[in-house]
Design a protein around this ligand. Structure first.
Ligand code: ATP
Ligand code: MG
Length: 306
């Protein structure tokens, strides 16, 4: 599979305070990459840097940000914004804020996609109700129905190459979540979309992702195939995440809590104060990323093992 997105050494900061630090990542066409890590680890900031939608006061710096063969850092701000806007779909977390409350859902949908296949498409994702009730406004539909609708919209409106979904199923019950996941997989197969899927739920990762990126304190500490991450995690933080997850393949299991103070930092590895495997060097020197095949890990211990 060809590379669609290559991020090299990306930093994001808010008013000078780092939120994403030196992240390098590759996403291939048709691939679903799950992004996990505890709250505040920089997942949304990473997504925002890719879509180019950041709040005032935020700064982005990267050695490279290559999308479909074009170096985005060489484009003007406006060119970059337009390119991303047309090629990258974003599934927002809260559906109600993305639809106008004062206009029928079907009419809003037709603004974006008015093809003859619309009814068929909606039927396939269990949204016939939108066709059957053409005059109903958003508040007449359930949160799950609207969430699925927004995924269809994000994927179909502009036929993007990349779909970024930032925790799209956290507010949904298990049945609706399963429908949304099936829909995402179907769209990937049908449109060849690549997907960046942010979640707290490792069971979801196991279900739909090809690869996983694990973030800690703004760093991508490990990436690998789903198989690699679940069966032979290399980073102690990844191992702690999995260990904190009872019955890890049960649906609906979320990231557990891991011991130690999440805010404690050292001059070296950010995870060192909580790491059961830390040794002297870990508290003094930041580990550099070690590449193992297509995977990466940032850990002195793994470096010694390699
Ligand atoms: N608009 C903002 N202004 C200032 N700081 C921000 C802003 N957005 C995020 N941050 C900070 O940047 C860091 C990373 O936040 P981010 O939202 O990317 O984390 P996250 O991994 O998406 O967390 P969550 O799982 O809670 O959504 C945090 O320390 C957060 O407080
Ligand atoms: Mg977030």
């Amino acid at each position: 599979m060809a590379d669609l997105l290559t991020i090299a050494d990306l930093d994001v900061a808010y008013s000078g305070r780092p939120a994403v630090r030196g992240v390098s990542l590759t996403l291939r066409r048709g691939e679903i990459l799950g992004l996990v890590g505890e709250s505040g680890s920089g997942k949304t900031s990473l997504c925002s840097a890719i879509t180019g939608v950041l709040p005032a006061g935020a700064s982005v710096r990267a050695a490279g940000l290559r999308f479909d063969g074009r170096e985005l850092t060489e484009l003007s701000h406006e060119e970059m914004r337009r390119l991303r806007a047309s090629r990258i779909g974003l599934v927002p977390q809260r559906p109600m804020t993305s639809l106008s409350p004062s206009s029928p859902v079907l009419r809003q949908l037709r603004w974006y996609h008015d093809g003859p296949d619309l009814a068929d498409l909606l039927g396939q994702v269990g949204l016939r109700a939108v066709i059957d009730r053409p005059r109903d406004h958003p508040h007449r539909f359930s949160g799950g129905q609207l969430q699925r609708l927004l995924i269809v919209l994000a994927a179909l409106a502009r036929k993007p190459d990349l779909l970024i979904a930032d925790e799209p199923t956290t507010t949904l019950d298990a049945t609706v979540q399963a429908q949304v996941l099936r829909l995402l997989l179907d769209l990937r197969d049908r449109l060849g979309l690549a997907m960046l899927y942010v979640t707290h739920d490792l069971a979801v990762v196991a279900q739909i992702c090809d690869r996983v990126g694990v973030m800690y304190a703004g760093r991508l500490v490990e990436s690998g195939t789903v198989d690699q991450i679940f069966t032979a995690p290399r980073h102690p933080y990844t191992r702690a995440l999995l260990a904190a997850l009872p019955g890890r393949t049960e649906p609906g299991r979320r990231l557990g809590t891991i011991p130690g103070d999440a805010r404690a930092r050292s001059a070296g590895c950010a995870f060192a104060p909580r790491c059961p495997d830390a040794f002297a060097r870990c508290g003094e020197e930041e580990p550099m990323p070690i590449t193992i095949g297509a995977d990466v890990v940032r850990c002195h211990r793994a470096e010694e093992d390699a």
